[in-house]
Unconditional design. Structure first.
Length: 97
């Protein structure tokens, strides 16, 4: 027996029935759908886009690029932290010798 929740998400006027694992996942899906629909509305208002496919592609690109930028920033931060730890280790080792 599956404990999955059945929800319905609407994106760009289309309904998508989904199964989620818990209410937290449901909340995330609903918030994501709201963000996507707001972005679609912004693109439709500000640009001469006649095809929903184009608006959806532009929205997907914006969300994916934000995710990739966050990933790159996290990687850079991690590498900086590792370098700082290595520098501190060298300082402590030199001081103990």
């Amino acid at each position: 027996m599956s404990n999955k929740l059945k929800i319905n998400i609407i994106i760009a006027g289309r309904s998508y029935p989904l199964s989620v694992n818990n209410t937290r996942e449901e909340q995330g899906m609903r918030k994501a759908a709201i963000a996507i629909n707001k972005l679609i509305a912004m693109y439709e208002q500000n640009y001469a886009v006649s095809d929903k496919q184009d608006v959806l592609a532009m929205s997907a690109l914006q969300f994916a690029s934000k995710l990739e930028i966050l990933s790159l920033d996290k990687t850079d931060t991690t590498q900086e932290e590792i370098q700082k730890l290595n520098d501190l280790t060298k300082l402590v080792s030199a001081h103990l010798e």
